[in-house]
Design a protein around this ligand. Structure first.
Ligand SMILES: [Zn+2]
Length: 399
């Protein structure tokens, strides 16, 4: 930062504080320092640290010097610190000067080794992103409702102890927490759980009666849950075929209302014929499925993919398939209600319900981009659905 810019910036800040600014978003440096000599120009101005009007403070690319005599941000409710250099002492002083804090985010703060947050009765949300030097993370917040940990060194025991002391948590996100191996999450209040790319995780035992949304990305793990029917499950597995382990994982999801599945390749959602013959459809009660394939479709036949997805969930009401960039296709299905399972059908002999082949009444397709697939889809449904009454297909061009 040039000296003239620095003076100008201080002037603007002074004016904002005089005007009792409520939300302050301050980014002093880009990712790298301009020069070692200019470090002082990135120091957080002292005048901000006693501004009683500030309610939300986003600070990015700055340095907290250790010599601030007084920090008093008595109205501050939300504090975001990203790429802020500081030491443990100044962090403690800062936090003790923010008694009304409700939300805090800390990420990439060099110099910070020990985070110990306590005496903040209003604190409800903590987001801890990667902090390269962090060694100890302790938080005592009896009213905490939301915790996000990313690239943070926490163990199974730490998580267990933490959750047993913070019973009000409604939203928990664990991202790239690579020390976690076997976790047990037990909570009556948890509504939303995200577990993403925790590389060493092999087992998750979820005891959460009120869980509503689950997001899982990573390797297939041993999974058990007693949650009621979830309104939404989002999945992203590592690239691998849909094998027995994955199918068992899907079956443990307890038929969410919506399954949103993100995959790199189509093959990862297609179970082998041999497995389909010996296993029941794992999500036979799921009514909405959204599949996003992060790859171009190429010459892959849509009906083969639809066939595989209708094996996973054989009574879908809506199916939406999106390929990266170039194509999407949506299906709406309706069924005849009054058909009862009277004889053994080979296709659904392992299910407590009939599959679509015996009760599908109408199919409505909207296809956008890609090549026309009307004939193959119409042939597929008319030869497989025993009582099909109507097949509609509409091709749309990209706008
Ligand atoms: Zn059947």
């Amino acid at each position: 930062m040039r000296e003239s810019d620095y003076v100008l910036a201080r002037g603007w800040l002074g004016y904002a504080i005089e005007c009792n600014v409520k939300e302050l978003n301050l980014c002093l440096k880009s990712y790298f320092y301009d020069s070692e000599a200019a470090l002082d120009s990135y120091a957080v101005p002292e005048s901000i640290l006693t501004a009683k009007s500030i309610i939300e403070f986003y600070l990015c690319g700055a340095i907290f010097k250790s010599c601030y005599s007084d920090i008093n941000l008595s109205s501050l409710r939300k504090l975001v610190l990203k790429r802020v250099d500081m030491n443990d002492q100044i962090f403690r002083t800062l936090i003790s000067g923010c008694p009304a804090l409700e939300e805090i985010t800390i990420g990439q703060c060099y110099g910070l080794k020990n985070i110990h947050v306590r005496s903040l009765p209003r604190l409800m949300a903590v987001t801890l992103l990667y902090n390269p030097e962090l060694e100890i993370f302790k938080i005592e917040a009896p009213n905490l409702k939301k915790l996000l940990l990313e690239s943070t060194i926490v163990t199974d025991k730490w998580l267990h102890d933490f959750l047993s002391k913070h019973l009000l948590i409604e939203s928990l996100e664990l991202r790239h927490c690579n020390m976690l191996k076997r976790i047990k999450i037990s909570s009556d209040h948890l509504k939303s759980l995200t577990i993403c790319h925790c590389a060493k995780l092999v087992e998750a035992n979820i005891i959460t009666l009120n869980l509503d949304r689950l997001k899982y990305s990573g390797d297939v793990i041993s999974f058990s849950s007693n949650a009621r029917i979830l309104s939404e499950v989002r999945l992203k597995f590592k690239i691998a075929p849909l094998d027995l382990k994955k199918i068992e994982f899907l079956a443990k999801l307890n038929h969410p209302k919506l399954l949103a599945w993100n995959t790199l390749r189509v093959e990862s959602v297609i179970a082998l014929k041999e497995l389909r013959e010996i296993l029941p459809s794992p999500l036979y009660n799921v009514k909405q499925l959204k599949l996003k394939v992060n790859h171009r479709r190429g010459c892959y036949e849509i009906f083969k993919l639809v066939d595989a997805l209708l094996w996973i969930s054989p009574l879908l009401e809506t199916l939406f398939i999106e390929w990266r960039m170039d194509e999407n296709i949506s299906f709406q299905f309706s069924y005849e209600d009054h058909i009862y399972k009277s004889k053994k059908h080979n296709c659904c002999k392992l299910l407590p319900v009939l599959c679509w082949r015996h009760c599908l009444k109408t199919v409505k397709i909207e296809h956008c981009g890609g090549t026309i697939a009307k004939e193959t889809l119409e042939y597929y449904f008319s030869t497989n659905a025993e009582i099909l009454e109507s097949f509609e297909y509409c091709m749309r061009m990209h706008v």
